[in-house]
Design a protein around this ligand. Structure first.
Ligand code: 3PG
Length: 305
């Protein structure tokens, strides 16, 4: 069994060591393709792989066509908008993710970005505190849940909206469920985004919601850039000089936003939410274990297709 790790953004060394141990103990071999710059290198590397581990790397139909031996692809992380699931299914390839494994790292970054925004991106001058502010969690999955916990630790009044999670799951965490997404945006000073990028959610965060945020409203995005309606966001930042947008995924109009909105806008140079040694170890090892479990006893937990 040949497993290929193909990561444009490499795992920490400790994670690779752990993954190698799991694959080799199961009698397999591990191959590494890191920081690749062209997709042809990736297509060549995957040609004889039985299993593939990726991060945000795009698993396209072309890649699937090139991967003649592939039986399983595991996304070491939560979001799987980078994987062409129908193409996997058509070839009988199992696709999995490793939900929750990097959630704490992303949640910590969301809180860090909130503090960065509240303190005017660390520029001199008077900032604000997060204590007693209302924090809105948009989607109460693994990351959202963790942000809520950390926010409460800072003394924030924490609310959440998630149409797929029962209210009592939210209330038992001492978080207040909102009955609508509109209520969340109208009520909260800080909104932390945790929705996936799907056909339904793409460009769904724009004027309609952002224009209703309370004075001094701040949107924190550690999820996906595709969920933002970028032109409407730019309009709102023009119309409402009190609104801030702080993100871990630079939008396509990054240069314009950076030029026009000073400390009210910030994007990390490259998505770093899950970039901690611990998250790399957790997600990488889970991915390797899931692959071994699949080959040894056809375990399909976390199968996406
Ligand atoms: C995820 O979906 O798990 C996060 O966005 C992390 O993505 P990454 O592995 O590309 O850092």
């Amino acid at each position: 069994m040949k497993t290929l790790i193909a990561t444009e953004k490499p795992f920490a060394e400790e994670a690779i060591t752990g993954i190698r141990q799991i694959i080799e103990n199961a009698g397999g071999t591990l191959h590494l393709l890191e920081k690749y710059t062209d997709t042809n290198t990736l297509y060549n590397a995957v040609a004889d792989a039985d299993a593939l581990i990726v991060r945000s790397d795009k698993v396209t139909k072309t890649l699937i066509d090139a991967a003649k031996q592939l039986k399983i692809v595991t996304r070491a992380g939560a979001g799987y908008d980078n994987i062409d699931l129908p193409a996997c299914t058509a070839r009988g390839i199992v696709a999995m993710n490793t939900p929750g494994q990097n959630a704490n790292a992303v949640a910590e970054l969301a809180i860090g970005l909130m503090i960065y925004a509240a303190r005017n991106t660390f520029q001199p001058g008077t900032g604000t505190e997060l204590k007693n502010k209302k924090l809105g969690i948009h989607a109460y999955g693994n990351v959202g849940r963790q942000v809520a916990k950390l926010g409460k630790g800072l003394g924030m009044e924490t609310l959440a909206f998630d149409p797929f999670i029962p209210n009592n799951t939210i209330t038992q965490d001492n978080v207040q469920p909102c009955t609508s997404v509109e209520e969340l945006y109208q009520t909260c000073h800080y909104i932390s985004l945790h929705i996936p990028a799907t056909e339904q959610t793409k460009q769904s965060i724009g004027r309609r919601l952002l224009s209703t945020m309370p004075k001094g409203g701040c949107l924190i995005n550690t999820a996906r850039k595709e969920i933002i309606h970028e032109n409407e966001l730019a309009d709102i930042l023009h119309q409402r000089p009190d609104i801030k947008y702080i993100t871990d995924i630079a939008p396509d109009n990054h240069t314009t936003l950076q030029k026009n909105f000073g400390t009210r806008y910030f994007a990390t140079p490259k998505k770093i939410g899950a970039e901690t040694t611990q998250a790399n170890i957790n997600a990488g090892i889970a991915a390797a274990q899931q692959i071994v479990n699949f080959f040894t006893h056809n375990d399909r937990t976390f199968q996406l297709n």
